[in-house]
Design a protein around this ligand. Structure first.
Ligand code: SF4
Ligand code: SF4
Length: 249
C-alpha cells in the first residue's frame, strides 16, 4: 500500500492542467510551414508526391482538410521547403480557413454566434457518428475521456442518443451504407444543433475521396460549424478548436 502510494506520488498529476497551453513532442506532425525559397523545382516533386491532392499550386499552399500528415511531401523535397511543427491549434470554422500558405503558425476558428455560445458555452453534449473510416478517429475521440484530457471537466460530453445531444461529430468519409443513418441521426438532434467534422475523411473524403462507395450528399446539404483536421486529429486539436470557437477560457 505504502509502495503503491509512493509510485503514485512520483507519477505526479496525470491530467493535463491547461489543455490550451499544453505542448506536444517534436515528433508530432502538426501545423505545416512552407519556405518557398528552398524549393529547387518550384514544388513540383511535392505536388506529385501528395497522395490526396492536399498541395495546391500557384502559389503553393496546403489544404489541411485533405492533408493526412503522411510527410511524403517532406521526403520528396529533402531541402526542407515543407516542414511540420508540433503546433496542434489547427481547427477552423470555415472550410477555406484550412488552406494555409505555410506562413502562419497556427489556425484558430472564428468565434461562434452569440446564440450558439449562449446555448452551448457551458454545457455541450455531442453524438458521434462513425460513417465508415478506419476507426483511428474514434480512438482519438475515446481518448478525450481519459484521465489525461478529461474533456468532461469543461462540460463537454458524448451522448448515447442524438435526442439528448446538441450536435453531431462526424468521423469517416460517409459511406453509402451510412449516408441515411447520418441524415437520420442529425434529424433526431433537437434545434439548435451543430455539426463538427473530425478528421480529413469527414472533411474531404481523405484517402477515400475517389471511392465509388461514398455518398457525401449530407455534407452538401448541411454546412459544418467546425472543421478539425488530422488523420486522425489529436485530442488537443479537438479541445482547443471547440474552446476557441465557444470562446471558453
Ligand atoms: S503530408 Fe499532407 S501535404 Fe504532404 S504529402 Fe502528405 S497529405 Fe500531402
Ligand atoms: S481521417 Fe484518417 S484516422 Fe480518421 S477515419 Fe480517416 S483514415 Fe482513419
Amino acid at each position: 500500500m505504502y509502495k503503491g502510494l509512493k509510485i503514485r506520488l512520483a507519477q505526479g498529476e496525470p491530467a493535463i492542467k491547461d489543455l490550451q497551453k499544453a505542448s506536444l513532442p517534436e515528433l508530432f506532425r502538426g501545423m505545416p510551414q512552407i519556405d518557398g525559397q528552398k524549393f529547387t523545382d518550384g514544388g513540383k516533386k511535392c505536388l506529385e508526391a501528395c497522395p490526396t491532392g492536399a498541395i495546391l499550386p500557384d502559389p503553393l499552399r496546403i489544404d489541411l482538410g485533405k492533408c493526412t500528415f503522411c510527410s511524403l511531401c517532406t521526403k520528396a523535397n529533402p531541402e526542407g521547403a515543407i516542414s511540420f511543427t508540433s503546433e496542434y491549434h489547427m481547427s477552423s470554422s470555415t472550410r477555406e480557413g484550412l488552406i494555409t500558405d505555410g506562413s502562419v503558425k497556427m489556425i484558430r476558428p472564428e468565434m461562434a454566434s452569440e446564440k450558439i455560445r449562449k446555448y452551448f458555452g457551458r454545457s455541450l453534449k455531442l453524438r458521434q457518428v462513425s460513417t465508415g473510416g478506419c476507426n483511428g478517429c474514434e480512438l482519438e475521440l475515446n481518448a478525450l475521456g481519459n484521465v489525461n484530457f478529461d474533456l468532461g471537466r469543461y462540460g463537454i460530453e458524448f451522448a448515447a442518443s442524438p435526442r439528448h445531444a446538441d450536435g453531431i461529430v462526424v468521423t469517416g468519409p460517409v459511406s453509402k451504407a451510412m449516408s441515411k443513418a447520418l441524415y437520420e441521426t442529425y434529424e433526431a438532434v433537437p434545434n439548435p444543433k451543430i455539426i463538427i467534422l473530425f478528421g480529413v475523411c469527414a472533411i474531404s473524403g481523405g484517402v477515400f475521396q475517389d471511392s465509388e462507395e461514398i455518398d457525401r450528399s449530407f455534407l452538401k446539404d448541411f454546412r459544418a460549424d467546425l472543421y478539425i483536421p488530422g488523420c486522425p486529429p489529436h485530442p488537443l486539436t479537438f479541445i482547443s478548436g471547440i474552446m476557441d470557437w465557444l470562446d471558453r477560457k
